[in-house]
Design a protein around this ligand. Structure first.
Ligand SMILES: Cc1cc2nc3c(=O)[nH]c(=O)nc-3n(C[C@H](O)[C@H](O)[C@H](O)COP(=O)(O)OP(=O)(O)OC[C@H]3O[C@@H](n4cnc5c(N)ncnc54)[C@H](O)[C@@H]3O)c2cc1C
Length: 440
């Protein structure tokens, strides 16, 4: 029997789980099952950055063209003082397409998740089990086994050859794996939270300054002490997306299970009360009762992502602050590498599966964790209060405008982009699988 006959179970139909299913199907795997707690994809009303390292993979999976049709091609990034709207630096993004083969685009999350899902639906080998939660892993090897609980039905046992846990930052499979491995690592509070806001063209069109924002090919980051807002147009410029970061006060006393909550508009306005009038006018457009706040949590680095024939994927193993805009991109890189590695396995016994999953970990772990660290570091720099360090940062922003030195906002720095966007994880896996496998 070929590798492609292996039974692969995926838990979670987020960006990581969907990308795993599609990437494996494209490699010819014939028995792929996806278990998802929610009754459907449950689209979050928010934008997402579609960096070239993500686009390259999506293109090879056959679902980039649809996403690209309604995404917005960013030509520049403006980083501004939140209080005064003064521009600290302007960074060119127009070079990205020529340099990396794909542009730096931004889109709607539903467009990304929807295209991945449509791609999956075209593959006969992928079967979805919505409204079904993985509850408990009973075996990790030789055949990973878990209990699946349909929302309105009796639990049943799923036995697979490979289990991929793409169950997000709250991953119960990660928690069980760590317990099994007697590892003491836990979810970490970042003390940061985010509002996610989408304004329509209709809401903005009467205000020339706001219209200019939605019509531009530009991401704007307004920064202030302990807070910032990043904003860009999505959906063919019909929607302006804002994502904020601020100290977490509302969740501080909330139970750890709570990750999103309806926020108070008054609290949101007061959090950004010292930001410039343009920002104030946008925040004021959010209808009362539609303020949604997200808790931002990460996890202390894990000693391993693999146990037996089970692998963690995406936010389950490297949740990140959003300041590098790479969380979903990294989950998609995980998926692409897993599919390449499993297709290259020289045999299909549990030891070979485990070793091949460890090749995935070897290729992915350091890169993903570096980006997690970079996102945290960037947040610290963006959120500086009045100090000598902030003066130095702003001097660096000004120098970067003249192309002298790096941009302190790492997400916007061309040298960093070289590593993030220029990385072809599929090619790396194809080129290095045999050597890494032999060395394990
Ligand atoms: C404010 C903000 C802005 C962001 N901006 C960007 C950006 O611009 N670019 C970018 O690349 N990333 C961005 N990200 C990060 C990105 O959203 C996440 O990293 C990404 O969605 C993680 O995907 P995932 O599939 O690993 O997890 P998730 O998307 O969380 O999916 C996990 C899935 O598993 C399901 N599930 C959980 N437990 C179970 C279970 N026991 N059984 C069955 N199903 C289960 C859940 O219902 C969910 O559907 C941002 C994040 C935030 C918070």
């Amino acid at each position: 029997m070929a590798n492609q006959d292996l039974h692969i179970a995926i838990v979670g139909a987020g960006m990581g789980g969907l990308a795993c299913a599609l990437a494996l199907a494209k490699k010819g795997f014939r028995h792929i099952e996806v278990y998802e707690t929610a009754s459907n994809l449950g689209f979050v009303g928010a934008g997402i950055q579609l960096a070239p390292n993500m686009a390259r993979i999506l293109d090879r999976l056959g679902c980039w063209a649809d996403i690209e049709k309604e995404a917005v091609d960013l030509k520049e990034t403006s980083i501004r003082q939140g209080s005064s709207d003064e521009e600290l630096t302007l960074v060119d993004l127009g070079y990205v397409r020529g340099e990396y083969g794909y542009p730096h685009m931004v889109g709607h999350r539903s467009s990304l998740a929807g295209s991945l899902f449509e791609g999956c639906k075209r593959e006969k080998s992928i079967k979805f089990f919505f409204s079904t939660s993985a509850e408990q892993v009973d075996a990790w090897s030789p055949k990973p086994t878990f209990r699946a609980k349909p929302r309105n039905g009796e639990p049943y046992t799923v036995t697979a050859d490979i289990l991929l846990a793409a169950d997000g930052v709250k991953s119960i499979i990660r928690a069980q794996m760590l317990k099994e491995l007697k590892v003491d690592a836990d979810i970490q509070d970042t003390n940061q939270a985010a509002y996610r806001i989408m304004l329509t063209r209709d809401e903005m069109k009467h205000d020339p300054e706001l219209l200019e924002l939605i019509d531009g090919d530009r991401a704007t980051r307004w920064i202030g002490e302990k807070r910032h807002i990043i904003a860009y147009p999505v959906s063919n410029k019909q929607i302006y997306n804002l994502s904020t970061a601020q100290p977490d006060t509302n969740f501080a006393a909330a139970p750890s299970a709570t990750y999103t909550t309806k926020g108070s508009k008054a609290a949101m306005l007061s959090t950004f009360a010292d930001f410039c009038p343009k920002v104030q006018r946008m925040l004021n457009l959010v209808p009362d009762g539609e303020v949604c706040e997200w808790k931002l949590r990460v996890h202390s680095p894990l000693p391993t992502w693999i146990h037996g024939c089970v692998a963690l994927v995406g936010d389950a193993c490297h949740p990140t602050l959003p300041h590098m805009a790479q969380g979903a991109a990294q989950a998609i890189e995980d998926a692409a590498v897993i599919a390449e590695a499993l297709a290259l396995m020289p045999a299909r016994d549990p030891q070979t599966i485990n070793k091949s999953l460890r090749v995935y970990e070897k290729i992915r772990k350091e890169r993903a964790e570096t980006l997690v660290e970079m996102a945290a570091a960037s947040g610290r720099v963006l959120h500086l209060g009045e100090s000598a360090a902030r003066e130095e940062r702003d001097r660096q922003f000004a120098a970067a405008r003249e192309k002298k030195g790096s941009v302190p906002d790492k997400w916007a720095d061309a040298e960093i982009q070289k590593h993030v966007y220029g990385h072809d994880c599929m090619k790396i896996t194809q080129d290095s699988f045999a050597e890494i496998f032999a060395g394990l």
